[in-house]
Design a protein around this ligand. Structure first.
Ligand code: SF4
Length: 112
């Protein structure tokens, strides 16, 4: 299981939400990597994040979205957006995986 999938399962298992400041400890990753994981989950519409203060320190509470994700937002034909489960150091502008997926998406839209 990738860190992104694991994070999603942890968040989905707690309807009251998970503090981002605790999630990285649960996942056993550093806070920077946790921020990237959280960003991917937010960008793909799987979770939502709200500001939260714990003992005067600002953090975020993360909750799984209850509505199902529109598959059109994360699927190109049969292919899931590569960002889900990606552990690469992210550079969106130069990412060939994402570019290939976007070409696939464009082809699918032309064919419809
Ligand atoms: S490296 Fe590419 S595939 Fe991975 S998260 Fe970034 S944009 Fe997505």
């Amino acid at each position: 299981m990738t860190s992104v999938e694991e994070a999603l399962r942890v968040i989905q298992s707690k309807p009251e939400g998970v503090l981002q400041s605790e999630l990285w400890k649960i996942l056993n990753v550093d806070s920077r990597k946790c921020s990237r994981i959280v960003k991917k989950l937010i960008d793909t519409g799987l979770i939502e994040r709200a500001e939260f203060r714990k003992e005067g320190i600002k953090t975020f509470v993360l909750r799984a979205k209850k509505r199902p994700v529109d598959p059109c937002q994360i699927m190109a034909g049969e292919e899931l957006i590569p960002c889900v489960g990606c552990d690469l150091e992210c550079n969106v502008i130069e990412c060939h995986r994402l570019l290939d997926w976007m070409y696939q998406l464009a082809i699918c839209e032309v064919e419809e």
